[in-house]
Design a protein around this ligand. Structure first.
Ligand code: GLN
Length: 233
């Protein structure tokens, strides 16, 4: 494997990209190129084999309820590899519909409960009286983020000791109308409701780029210390 070729996995991009979320991966490709790295992006879709160990970054975008139902049937095959990857402190991003599928369940508008991977202690409930749509603005540990949200699922943490919000809301809803927080961070795993894409906020993108490079160096044997995980996470 070339020292200068970084491998990124994009989960179900053909189904979970309603809002152009894989623009996040395109931004990372561009920024990594500036650091002199080439990237290879594998789209892992229905029936494909997937071993997270082979990647320096894993991305999972948002989608509508129907696509989530389809994807949720295929996804459990990958639970073990994703869980191991996240717990080892490796970088991963899930947006909106992908975010919801990392929790225990997503109860949809039609009363169907989609089972999630149950890797993180959270659940989501669709509330038809409130579509959370519009600009969002929030503060993260890496500074301000301005993006766009569009969802009816309201996400709640079931263990606030384990999960930390990714940001504190200034404008918009984020996870739900009550908590005034956006997304979550657990180790170097980030969940978010932000489309637009999120990584147009280069303050965040630059942090992710550094995590990806470290993870890549560990994979290629250039570095022995795994990606740093902030103390509180
Ligand atoms: N279908 C989910 C919801 O409406 C997710 C939508 C999305 O990924 N933007 O909450």
């Amino acid at each position: 494997m070339s020292d200068k070729l970084i491998k990124i996995a994009c989960l179900y991009e053909n189904l979970m990209n309603t809002y152009g979320d894989s623009g996040d991966v395109k931004i990372l490709k561009f920024l990594l190129k500036r650091e002199d790295y080439d990237t290879k992006v594998d789209n892992i879709s229905l029936g494909d084999k997937f071993n997270a160990d082979n990647y320096a970054f894993v991305f999972f975008g948002g989608g509508q309820d129907f696509e989530q139902t389809v994807v949720a049937k295929d996804l459990p095959r990958h639970k073990e590899t994703i869980e191991k990857y996240i717990n080892a402190g490796n970088p991963m991003f899930c947006i909106c519909g992908g975010y919801q599928l990392m929790g225990s369940y997503y109860k949809t508008n039609s009363g169907i409960t989609i089972k999630g991977l149950d890797i993180l202690p959270l659940h989501t409930i669709f509330k038809s009286d409130k579509r959370m749509i519009g600009d969002t603005h929030y503060m993260t540990e890496w500074g301000e983020v301005k993006t766009f949200e569009d969802h009816s699922g309201q996400t709640y943490f079931d263990d606030t000791n384990k999960l930390h919000p990714f940001g504190n809301m200034i404008e918009g809803y984020g996870n739900n109308p009550q908590d005034h927080v956006e997304g979550l961070r657990y180790r170097n795993f980030i969940d978010s409701y932000s489309h637009d894409p999120l990584l147009k906020n280069v303050n965040v993108a630059n942090e992710i780029v550094q995590m990806i490079i470290t993870r890549h160096q560990v994979r290629t044997g250039k570095e022995t210390t795994p990606v740093k995980v902030g103390e509180k996470y």
